[in-house]
Ligand binder design. Structure first.
Ligand code: NAD
Ligand code: TYD
Length: 349
């Protein structure tokens, strides 16, 4: 299978490409603009493979995207390119509208032109797969879960732009009969996670002896999924999912932010002990504006229809992640020195 992965130099896209190259025998073209979040070091494990290639491209660039479709002639496309950080969407929302909404619409437009001229047998296997987030559903109280039929209620510029892109994808599926697939996934974590997101930020700040910032009281809840479990789910959906359908993906691992940070500290205390526990560095800071209280996914459709379940528990995955950061300072040191040193983002006006 020839697969275009957009956003393949990012956290989840690179995990997906590693999986497609190493375990699925695919030929992959990574289409990525290389924003601050894109990093070709994430592909070091596969970039010498002749089945892997990279092209630097903005998904908003209609001419270049059309050219790439024609030259590479993909059997399927998996769309992950996005601005992905809620805090940055508070500081610079329009970049999120540009990439997540306009970029997705442009990609759909180019994909439809390409799809329309495919022979019937190629059309049958082609999919436009859109990778989205559980944040489009809004915020839960203490109880309940997001299902595929939960009404959309996005509340940050990030989640509003992702919700909007989901609507675009469904519109192209409904109106133009483009064979689309959607999935909405909970918070991912794992290796190569850009250290602006909670878990890698905490690990690296802890090692640097810096404060571990917790927004508000730390009682917001997220449902955590190891990134490799997400990659497996995505390829399964691409090959076995029913066009037009949406699948929720979740880790069944709800934790408050404070619990997550304390668990990181406990693992670090064990692996790299020092006089005082890392938990002494925990600092409560002002809350994120509009901070969603709780996300929790009901992933039973994906289990029932396609047989997917997470294979890695949160405690296994978190330990593996902490160990990975301890062993791979070559990856994160240049990012912390040149790109993003861990300063507070998204405080609002
Ligand atoms: P990321 O920020 O790590 O990576 C995004 C990638 O997209 C980067 O490589 C970046 O260079 C690229 N990109 C950004 N703008 C682009 C543009 N205009 N043209 C081409 N490439 C561009 O993000 P991630 O965490 O890997 O998330 C990937 C996808 O999964 C996103 O669509 C996100 O909404 C979704 N998602 C993420 C999570 C999560 O927990 N991280 C959960 C559910 C869904
Ligand atoms: P984040 O990793 O930004 O993912 P998302 O906002 O998409 O869920 O944040 C996860 C949770 O951690 C979220 O509730 C915000 C919180 N958080 C902190 O408490 N401190 C921080 O420094 C960061 C980056 C996030």
């Amino acid at each position: 299978m020839k697969v275009i992965v957009t956003g393949g130099a990012g956290f989840i896209g690179s995990a997906l490409i590693r999986y497609l190259i190493k375990e699925c025998g695919c030929t992959v073209l990574n289409l990525d603009k290389l924003t601050y979040a894109g990093n070709l070091d994430n592909l070091k494990e596969v970039d010498a493979d002749e089945r892997y290639s990279f092209v630097q491209c903005d998904i908003c660039d209609a001419e270049k995207v059309a050219q790439i479709f024609n030259d590479f002639a993909p059997d399927t496309i998996m769309h992950l390119a996005a601005e992905s950080h809620v805090d940055r969407s508070i500081d610079a929302p329009l970049e999120f509208v540009r990439t997540n909404v306009m970029g997705t619409a442009n990609l759909l437009h180019c994909a439809l032109n390409y799809y329309s001229q495919l022979p019937e047998e190629k059309k049958e296997q082609f999919r436009f797969q859109h990778i989205s987030t559980d944040e489009v559903y809004g915020s839960l109280g203490k109880d309940g879960y997001f299902t595929e039929s939960t009404p959309y209620d996005p509340r940050s510029p990030y989640s509003a732009s992702k919700a909007s892109s989901d609507h675009m994808v469904r519109a192209w599926g409904h109106t133009f009969k483009l064979p689309v697939l959607l999935s909405n996934c909970s918070n991912n974590y794992g290796p190569y996670h850009f250290p602006e997101k909670l878990i890698p930020l905490i690990i690296l700040n802890a090692l640097d002896g810096k404060p571990l910032p917790i927004y508000g009281k730390g009682d917001n809840v997220r449902d955590w999924l190891f990134v490799e479990d997400h990659a497996r789910a995505l390829w399964l959906i691409n090959r076995k999912g029913v066009p037009g359908e949406t699948y929720n993906i979740g880790g069944n691992s709800e934790r408050t932010n404070l619990e997550v940070v304390e668990e990181c500290c406990k693992i670090l205390d064990e692996l790299v002990p020092k006089a005082e526990s890392y938990s002494k560095q925990i600092t409560f800071v002002s809350d994120r504006p509009g901070h969603d209280l709780r996300y929790a996914i009901d992933a039973s459709k994906l289990k029932r229809d396609l047989g997917w379940e997470p294979q890695i528990t949160f405690s296994e995955g978190l330990r593996a992640t902490v160990k990975w950061y301890l062993d791979n300072s070559w990856w994160w040191k240049p990012i912390r020195e040149k790109n993003y040193a861990g300063e507070r983002l998204g405080k609002g006006k």
